[in-house]
Design a protein around this ligand. Structure first.
Ligand code: FAD
Length: 232
């Protein structure tokens, strides 16, 4: 681990956890469903549905980190499940594709701000393949109806169906997300907590429609850029 990484971890009081891959399977060729287990996971605290862990995707060298949200957390069993989009262009995606039972993984967590609003009576989600895990976790913990739209092709649609998630898959049109159009016409009970995450450009466009055109209150919206053309 670099000196900067060590200092950051020390300041935040975060421990490096080590776990082992219990199961890893590929859903529809596009999402890697990974279950990790370890004694350290049993002692992890401060989890809220929607939070993520930071995984060292280069293993013990601990130089390259990527964030992946928790799909399911079971402190009794000491297990965490992840749903990782195999987009095929970076070290995180390559790492997830090659993971096998018995592999060691090193990570820090939990962290994150796009978490379930337990006081809300209704929840709406705008996301993509990278947001299936946090949105599934939030929907499982939320009170009241949960619905939303997820950018992706038919394979993502079949993953949503297989995992029984309350979301509708939406194809892009000419390479562009249709989510801001949906945000323009959406008829929601007021107030509804709206979670917006995934590709930075879509998050920006949807947020602009909701706040500027629709006049929704900032407090109803929980947003986070998960990935963009430029590296974070
Ligand atoms: C709080 C948080 C939680 C997240 N949770 C999840 C999660 O649960 N599951 C998950 O799959 N991802 C999640 N992500 C997104 C994930 O961290 C990014 O997609 C990350 O960039 C992947 O790293 P990489 O090494 O594969 O690609 P990078 O090295 O970061 O990028 C390489 C290239 O790939 C492009 N790229 C990166 N991600 C994608 C993508 N998803 N689709 C298409 N192109 C992409 C980049 O624009 C760049 O051109 C989360 C991100 C954040 C901030």
């Amino acid at each position: 681990m670099s000196v900067i990484e060590s200092i950051k971890a020390m300041i935040k009081g975060e421990r490096i956890e080590r776990a082992t891959v219990l199961r890893a399977s590929t859903l529809e060729g596009v999402i890697r469903h990974v279950v990790i287990a370890g004694d350290g996971i049993r002692k992890m605290t401060g989890y809220e549905p929607g939070m993520e862990i930071s995984v060292f995707v280069d293993g013990q060298s601990m130089q390259v980190r990527r964030k992946y949200s928790v799909y399911r957390f079971d402190p009794q069993k000491g297990e965490i499940e992840l749903l990782i989009h195999l987009h095929g262009q970076g070290p995180g995606s390559a790492w997830a594709r090659l993971l096998e039972r018995g592999d060691n993984i090193w990570f820090r967590g939990f962290s994150g701000r796009i978490t379930v609003d337990r006081s809300a009576q209704a929840h709406w989600f705008f996301g993509d393949a990278t947001t299936l895990a946090p949105f599934a976790a939030i929907a499982a913990a939320a009170n009241g109806p949960c619905e939303g739209v997820i950018d992706g092709d038919d394979r993502i649609g079949r993953v949503i169906e297989a995992l029984q998630l309350p979301f509708l898959q939406v194809d892009k049109r000419n390479g562009s997300s249709r989510q801001s159009g949906i945000a323009r016409t959406l008829d929601l009970p007021v107030p509804t907590t709206i979670y917006v995450a995934g590709a930075a450009s879509t998050v920006r466009d949807v947020q602009s429609v909701l706040l500027v055109e629709r006049g929704f209150e900032t407090g109803w919206i929980r947003r986070k850029n998960f990935w963009g053309e430029r590296r974070r």
